[in-house]
Design a protein around this ligand. Structure first.
Ligand code: SF4
Ligand code: SF4
Length: 94
């Protein structure tokens, strides 16, 4: 089974009022970040580099809440929280 197929099994309830639970604190730090490992380490591909805007884009609605990016960012540049109660990912098979 492909990863994309497994991710499709999860449910997501997006907090459109509260907004993103993942916020990059300082984009200038990201632009000088040597490895930009958030782009590669997230199992759900939440972080993407928007070449047109020259910024890291955060597609928080696909977050699995695993916490990996929070630990992996060597500059602690991600303000990481769980989504508000009732929102975020729900796993259908544990
Ligand atoms: S790893 Fe951290 S500092 Fe580097 S690009 Fe990602 S969020 Fe920015
Ligand atoms: S918590 Fe996990 S799934 Fe969510 S953005 Fe970070 S690495 Fe990706």
């Amino acid at each position: 089974m492909r990863l994309e197929d497994k991710l499709y099994l999860d449910g997501y309830k997006i907090d459109e009022i509260g907004g993103s639970h993942l916020v990059i604190k300082d984009m200038s730090v990201c632009l000088n970040c040597e490895l930009q490992q958030c782009l590669y380490i997230c199992p759900s591909g939440v972080y993407d580099f928007d070449a047109e805007r020259g910024e890291i884009e955060v597609n928080y609605d696909a977050c699995l809440e695993c916490g990996t990016c929070r630990i992996a960012c060597q500059y602690s540049n991600i303000d990481w929280r769980y989504p508000r109660g009732g929102f975020g990912v729900s796993y259908k098979f544990g």
